[in-house]
Write a protein that binds this ligand. Structure first.
Ligand code: HEC
Length: 215
């Protein structure tokens, strides 16, 4: 009986330890400014697009957001403005290099529990283990290399730069998950404005009709 009690106590202790050891996600606030998005798409094209596609985002969407057309042209190469932002890495090459095809990132902030906070924590969560291997606090067995090279950056200024870059990339990916959100919102304001004007006009018509009926 005593042994059973001791094992139960040990199990409970191990479970509590496991929860306590779980890393807490960084709280992420999306920056929707054009400047952040501009830096984010740039960093994405330089550090992520080689392996990851954004198949639900088209180059034209970048233009409609206000990103310079010449820069878009330098990224899209021979693809047209209406093409999706597919990656240059073929599935076969990805499988040969990583044993896995890197996921499409169009919807990644919606697809993962923790959303943008998870993606941001993951990108900045790489570190070097005591035996010299690269690991990640939030996805220890990930096959993705440390794309932003935060695990080997020791200079505090460089680390801040990388963290800001991750911030911009995740802001861009949050926009990518719903590129038409801003348009929808502004359309919503127009519709509400239109309905208010229509209500006022109809009310006036009603007053006129009734005043005629009364007299
Ligand atoms: C050299 C290729 C490569 C580069 C560059 C790269 N990734 Fe990845 N990425 C991968 C692979 C491979 C996986 C699959 C990891 C796995 O499931 O083990 C992955 C997975 C991911 C995931 C999903 C993690 C999860 O929870 O399943 C996210 C998010 C991600 N990458 C974001 C990025 C971002 C943002 C960048 C640019 C800063 C980037 N990646 C650069 C290869 C790459």
């Amino acid at each position: 009986m005593n042994r059973l009690f001791a094992s139960l106590l040990l199990c409970g202790f191990i479970i509590i330890q496991a929860f306590a050891a779980e890393e807490k996600l960084e709280d992420f606030q999306v920056d929707t400014s054009v400047i952040a998005m501009d830096r984010g798409v740039d960093a994405f094209m330089n550090s992520c697009h080689g392996c990851h596609s954004l198949k639900y985002v088209h180059y034209r969407d970048l233009a409609s957001f206000g990103i310079d057309k010449e820069r878009i042209a330098s990224w899209r190469g021979d693809s047209t403005l209406d093409s999706a932002m597919t990656s240059l890495l073929s599935d076969e090459a990805a499988l040969a290099s990583f044993g896995k095809v890197p996921p499409d990132l169009s919807m990644i902030v919606r697809a993962r529990e923790g959303g943008a906070s998870y993606v941001y924590s993951y990108l900045t969560g790489y570190y070097i283990t005591p035996d010299g291997k690269t690991s990640n606090h939030f996805f220890p067995l990930t096959r993705m290399p440390d794309a932003l090279e935060i695990s080997t950056a020791t200079d505090p200024v460089k680390r801040v730069e990388i963290i800001e870059q991750a911030h911009d990339i995740v802001s861009f990916l949050s926009w990518a998950a719903d590129p038409h959100e801003a348009e929808r919102k502004s359309l919503g304001y127009y519709v509400i404005g239109y309905l208010i004007i229509l209500t006022v006009l109809l009310y006036n018509v009603k007053l006129q009709v009734w005043s005629r009926l009364k007299s």
